[in-house]
Design a protein around this ligand. Structure first.
Ligand code: CU
Length: 144
């Protein structure tokens, strides 16, 4: 009986240690859905609204079959002083739209990911260029 109680104690502390380790390994990364935070279905970002903190990489993954983009709204869509972001690395909404129109620039293929780290708190609105008309847009809220 004593031995069994002792073993149970070891198992208990081992699982507590493992939980602590996985917490450390996940530092700096949300990965709220396994290896990504926001999925891209046929015409939707899932979840549409996502909250994160400054300095943590946010990972989008194309979980559908169509090609998508992650493109920030440039004009008032991001906080003052925040870095513009778009898959393909374009530095403005216009550049991203033009690139898509002239050859699918910025496309994220099936199962591919796009990552961005937000350094300025606030609300960020973004969309998918080819599916904007279908309502494919999202919002990221970044806190300190
Ligand atoms: Cu799309």
């Amino acid at each position: 009986m004593k031995r069994r109680a002792f073993l149970a104690g070891i198992v208990g502390s081992a699982s507590a240690t493992l939980a602590g380790c996985s917490g450390i390994l996940n530092t700096g990364r949300n990965n709220t859905q396994g290896d990504f935070d926001i999925g891209m279905a046929s015409t939707a970002f899932l979840p549409r609204k996502f909250e994160t903190t400054v300095g943590e990489p946010v990972v989008w993954k194309n979980t559908g079959a169509r090609r998508h983009t992650v493109t920030a709204y440039g004009n008032g869509g991001i906080p003052d002083g925040a870095e513009y972001f778009a898959s393909g690395g374009y530095d403005s909404e216009k550049a991203a739209r033009d690139a898509w129109m002239s050859g699918s620039g910025g496309a994220i293929d099936q199962n591919r990911t796009y990552e961005h780290t937000f350094e300025v708190p606030g609300s960020y609105s973004y969309f998918c260029v080819p599916h904007e008309a279908s309502g494919m847009s999202g919002n990221i809220v970044v806190t300190e």
